[in-house]
Design a protein around this ligand. Structure first.
Ligand SMILES: *Cc1c(COP(=O)(O)O)cnc(C)c1O
Length: 375
């Protein structure tokens, strides 16, 4: 029996096609959730299925003691798409962030010696569920159990540059999301991001961007930081990278590309050939739809603005949130019942993360369901 760690909805899905899901009774649902931002290319995309089938029939795993073509090719492609340099592959978002935290601390230790290891993260942030990434997460509700947490994290309010300027001198890095996802779909101000970037340069802090949710096309560019006009020292990605398989990683810029050397960091499954082949296929598919992500998002947001019971509609690309009157889980349950899969975030927010390949026809059907349920 499964441990009861999730507040699961009362539905059992059996399969999906494009941006639609089907349950055991054959009922069809429009998907505005993508398995929490994972299924960026929808369900059963032929070229994704082909890549995964072929790679699993050729070489599924061999460990990082050897070279494999899919991981090497994918690393080169991600370096190019991000404008950064060297890639380390992991299996999840939390694990990617753990790697980025280790990178920042080692970089500082190598360069400045001991005693400069604190990482600043923002209030309302979310960075994962391991003991260290929970400590990094700037929400008190995540800090209730599991003591002792990893030390060396301080939290600062978003969009307040002075709060960062007055911090003590033992800082090595600032880590943030461009749009805070789990925290409530809260876009961080571009002016603030630029100011943080300048401050990091001035103080010799690394700028770390957690793009586990915002990255790989979700916000309408390969990485959301590219729309803010900043260049981080390192960035993480995970959710949408492999179109449904567990995968993630970190990309380091020129300054810290060699910080983690042989033996400094490792993971058994990272860079797994099947996941890497799935990621290559995902990027190929996204190449053709990335240009439409922003306009699809703007279309959805403009339609949401017309619906009753929703306010403060915001987002970036196909990462969209709106405040709901009443309990957001109740709204999500009603929408599910009516055939639309959505998510919550923060305390009062309904969150939409549709597959990036979703068609306008599917979007309209989803919006019709929302209109019916919310009226
Ligand atoms: C989901 C998420 C994580 C954690 O990723 P897992 O794969 O669940 O470990 C970390 N950071 C952000 C911004 C996320 O959205």
């Amino acid at each position: 029996m499964l441990m009861d760690t999730y507040n699961r909805f009362d539905v059992t899905f059996t399969h999906g096609k494009d941006s639609k899901l089907y349950d055991e009774g054959g009922k069809e649902y429009i998907d505005f959730a993508s398995g929490i931002g994972v299924n960026s290319v929808g369900y059963g995309h032929p070229s994704w299925v082909k890549a995964v089938s072929e790679q699993s029939g050729t070489l599924a795993h061999v460990s990082n003691l050897y070279h494999t073509r899919p991981a090497a090719d994918l690393a080169a492609r991600l370096a190019k798409l991000s404008g950064l340099s060297n890639v380390f592959f992991s299996n999840s978002g939390a694990e990617a962030n753990e790697g980025m935290i280790k990178l920042a601390r080692k970089y500082s230790h190598d360069k400045y010696g001991a005693g400069r290891s604190t990482i600043v993260t923002l209030n309302q942030s979310f960075h994962g569920r391991t003991v260290t990434t929970l400590a990094a997460t700037g929400q008190d509700s995540f800090h209730k159990h599991f003591f002792p947490f990893t030390g060396g994290f301080v939290h600062a309010p978003a969009n307040d540059i002075n709060a960062l300027k007055t911090l003590s001198s033992d800082i090595c890095a600032v880590m943030l999301e461009v749009v805070q996802g789990e925290g409530g779909v809260l876009p961080v101000d571009t002016a603030y991001l630029k100011a943080v970037s300048d401050l990091c340069r001035e103080r010799g802090w690394l700028l770390l961007v957690d793009e586990v949710q915002t990255g790989i096309g979700r916000c309408g560019s390969w990485f959301a930081f590219q729309q803010a006009g900043i260049i981080p020292d390192a960035v993480t990605f995970a959710k949408g990278i492999a179109g449904g398989l567990p995968f993630g990683g970190l990309i380091a810029g020129e300054k810290c590309k060699d910080t983690l050397g042989r033996g400094d960091h490792a993971t058994t499954f990272g860079g797994n050939p099947v996941c890497a082949a799935a990621a290559m296929a995902t990027l190929d598919i996204l190449d053709d739809v990335l240009n439409d992500v922003k306009s699809k998002g703007e279309y959805i947001m403009s339609r949401l603005n017309e619906l009753p019971g929703l306010s403060d509609v915001r987002g970036m690309g196909l990462m969209i949130g709106a405040a709901v009157d009443g309990n957001p889980r109740e709204t999500v349950c009603k929408l599910l019942e009516a055939g639309l899969v959505t998510l919550t975030a923060g305390t009062n927010v309904i969150r939409l993360l549709p597959p990036l390949v979703i068609t306008y026809e599917e979007i309209d059907r989803g919006l019709e369901i929302m209109k019916e349920v919310l009226k």
